[in-house]
Design a protein around this ligand. Structure first.
Ligand code: ZN
Ligand code: ZN
Length: 352
C-alpha cells in the first residue's frame, strides 16, 4: 500500500482539441477506503471526444479521458472490506459523491446534489481527476464495481458507461417479455441495448439509418431491423412500440418517432444533441405518451447491470487498440467507423 502520490503513465490531451499524447499523471496515495486498480482495458466513449473538444463547455487540461475502466485490484487500504488483491473490478463515470443527499441515499449518485466527482475531468478540493487511459487509478471502494467472472475484462470495460446507459432505461420502463422495444441507432450504445433488451425477453427492433448493420443487429439479438432513411418505416411501424430508446446524439424528428409508440408508450433519450429539439405537443397528448431522458445509473444499479450481463454472457463488441492508436481511433469514432467500441489495451503502455 503506497502512502505517497505516484506518477503513472497516461495518454492526455494537453489542450482543448489537441491530439492526445503520452505523459504521466499523479495518483493519490491509497487511502483507508481506497483500492489501487491496475487498469487492463479502457473503453473509448463518444463523450471522451466531446470532452476533449470542449463541446460541453470549458473543461480541465491536461485531460486524461476514459470512464469505461476494467482492471484488477493490486493494493487495498486498511479499511477496505469489499475487495481483496486480485479482484476484477471496474470504474464508470464517477468516483465519488456526497453520500448524504437525497439522490445519493436513493442510489442515484450520478445526480448528487453537490455534484458527483466525475472520473474525469473534475477537480474536487482542487486536485484534478484523471480518467482511464492510464496504467493505474486509485478509487474509493464504494465507487468501485465488481466485474463477475462471466465477462472478459476487455468486453466488460464498455459496460461501465455504455452498458449502464442502456440497462437503466430498459429496466425503468420494463423492457421484458410481451414488450416491444425499439433501439434507435446501432452504435456503441445501441448494440449493447440490443443485447440487453433481448436478454430481458423483449421483442427487439433496431431502427438504424440504413440496413448496413442489419446482419450484426440480428446476430446480437434483434428480432427486426428497419432503415429510418426509408419513410415507409414510419408508416409500417406506426403505433408499434411500448418503449423506444434513442441513442442517437444527432437531432431526430421526435414527432415521427413518437408516432411509432403505442398508447402509453415512452420515448427515452440517452443521446444528447447539442441543439434543442422541437416537439409537437399533440405527438405526446394523443396516446398519453411520455418523452423521457436517462443518464447512466447509480452504483448499485451499475453492479446489478454487470451481474445481469455476466449471467447472460453479454459483453461489448470491441475492437482492441494499442495506446499509440488512440488519436486514430478518435478520428474513426468521429466518422462512425467502429464495430462497436474501441478498447485500449493498457499492456501496450509497456510495449509501445
Ligand atoms: Zn461514456
Ligand atoms: Zn449526494
Amino acid at each position: 500500500m503506497s502512502t505517497s502520490v505516484t506518477q503513472v503513465a497516461a495518454y492526455a490531451a494537453p489542450a482543448p482539441k489537441a491530439p492526445l499524447e503520452r505523459t504521466t499523471v499523479p495518483r493519490r496515495p491509497v487511502g483507508e477506503h481506497d483500492v489501487l486498480i491496475e487498469i487492463k482495458y479502457a473503453g473509448i466513449c463518444h463523450s471522451d471526444l466531446h470532452q476533449v473538444a470542449e463541446d460541453w463547455g470549458q473543461a480541465l487540461f491536461p485531460m486524461v479521458p476514459g470512464h469505461e475502466i476494467a482492471g484488477v485490484v493490486t493494493a487495498v487500504g486498511s479499511g477496505v472490506t469489499k475487495y481483496v488483491l486480485g479482484d476484477r473490478v471496474g470504474v464508470g463515470c464517477f468516483v465519488d459523491s456526497c453520500r448524504t443527499c437525497e439522490n445519493c441515499l436513493a442510489g442515484d449518485e450520478q445526480f448528487c446534489a453537490s455534484g458527483m466527482t466525475a472520473t474525469y475531468p473534475s477537480a474536487p478540493d482542487g486536485s484534478a481527476t484523471y480518467g482511464g487511459y492510464s496504467t493505474h487509478i486509485v478509487v474509493d471502494e464504494n465507487y468501485t464495481l465488481r466485474i463477475p467472472e462471466g465477462i472478459a475484462l476487455d468486453e466488460a470495460a464498455p459496460l461501465l458507461c455504455a452498458g449502464i446507459t442502456l440497462y437503466s432505461p430498459l429496466r425503468r420502463w420494463n423492457a421484458g417479455p410481451g414488450k416491444k422495444v425499439a433501439v434507435v441507432g446501432m452504435g456503441g450504445l445501441g448494440h449493447i441495448g440490443v443485447k440487453i433488451a433481448h436478454a430481458l425477453g423483449a421483442e427487439v427492433t433496431v431502427l438504424s439509418q440504413s440496413l448496413r448493420k442489419q446482419e450484426d443487429g440480428l446476430r446480437l439479438g434483434a428480432d427486426h431491423f428497419h432503415a429510418t432513411s426509408d419513410p415507409e418505416t414510419f408508416t409500417k411501424l406506426a403505433g408499434s412500440f411500448d418503449l423506444i430508446v434513442n441513442t442517437v446524439s444527432a437531432t431526430i424528428d421526435l414527432d415521427a418517432y413518437l408516432g411509432l409508440l403505442r398508447t402509453n408508450g415512452t420515448l427515452a433519450n440517452v443521446g444528447a444533441p447539442g441543439e434543442p429539439t422541437p416537439v409537437g405537443m399533440f405527438s405526446l397528448i394523443v396516446g398519453n405518451k411520455t418523452l423521457a431522458g436517462s443518464m447512466i445509473g447509480g452504483i448499485a444499479e451499475t453492479q446489478e447491470m454487470l451481474d445481469f450481463c455476466a449471467a447472460h454472457g453479454i459483453g461489448s463488441e470491441i475492437e482492441t487498440i494499442a495506446v499509440d492508436q488512440i488519436n486514430e481511433a478518435y478520428e474513426r469514432l468521429a466518422a462512425g467507423d467502429v464495430r462497436y467500441r474501441f478498447v485500449i489495451d493498457t499492456a501496450t503502455f509497456a510495449t509501445r
